[in-house]
Design a binder for this molecule. Sequence first.
Ligand code: SF4
Length: 370
Amino acid sequence: MTELSAPSLEHRAPEPDSWVWQLQNTLRTARELDHALSLTPAERAAAERAEQEGFPLAVTPHYLSLVDRSDPNCPIRRQVVPAPAEGNPGRGDLRDPLGEEAHEVAPDLVQRYPDRALLLVSDRCAVYCRFCTRSRMVGAGGGPRSVQRLGPALDYLRAHPEVRDVIVSGGDPLTMKTERLTAILRALRDIPSVETIRLATRVPVALPQRITLELVQALREFHPIWIMTHFNHPRELCPASRAALARLSDHGFPVMNQAVLLRGVNDDPATLTELFRGLVRERVRPYYLLQMDPVRGTSHLRTSVQKGIDIMEALQGRLSGIALPKLIMDTPGGFGKIPLGPDYVLERGGGRTKVRTPRGVIVEYFDPEE
Ligand code: SF4
């Protein structure tokens, strides 16, 4: 369960606009998932395995409502229903692909770059995405943290003023009680060197009803707060999510999207064009398209690197700059992010650069003479 579990609403009429009702009715067992989606026998076995020993299950009624039940390959279903291949080790798979445990500088604080740090404030999420980079710990890592428990992490940030940007993540910080989250934000804001706080959340996608007026009013006290969200498919931009995004923007939160390139979900230019244009319409900047991390047991959801580069080639020139994210590989082992993309430079030398354009025109560029 997330921390936002609420008083029992049994025997009440469905209230899909209420986050309380959404959490109360979240599917968390293989049996519930089977009942809702008529799983295949292989999927049922995979869901039972996940429930018993692996990465837990959770699907909110809201996210379930986006599933096309007539489509066994539905891109929404694929993100949350365990596949029979889940758990099969693939080449290069890692339990902790970004080396976060090796870069833990204090309990629940990961630092992989000099000026940024990642504060893991909870292990709970509204949905458990089958491709999650932190599947090793989400849903099973001790629940939401208190300010007291984060004391050593906060002490580290006080002692390291070079860390200017803190990404509050987990799990999903917006599944915490508002008071618990604001206490953590207040403690961060009391550290003068922390300039930017980012909240990494999939709640606008999976539980948009949680983005209430009360929540945004409580959070805006701690501006500048950036929201890093995670839409992967245009169908996720449904009316409830669009209303949540509008509420965030209207209250001064810049919203950036980090999509993951997922096989059978969004690995084609048409789907991503629709996603990125849809995000821009909602005032969300498509920030990164992430080459999927090699998380153990998820190679059935990964694409080749070349596929991502080909997609970027198709999108370059088709989408305006504000709609075009960077294609990023977070290098396995925790050595940092690098941009990937097609190579447009054909030759370079003697002050002359020969390039090709996305439409295949060859052009020369001359450097200024000394
Ligand atoms: S919401 Fe984020 S942290 Fe939670 S399971 Fe999905 S990808 Fe992982």
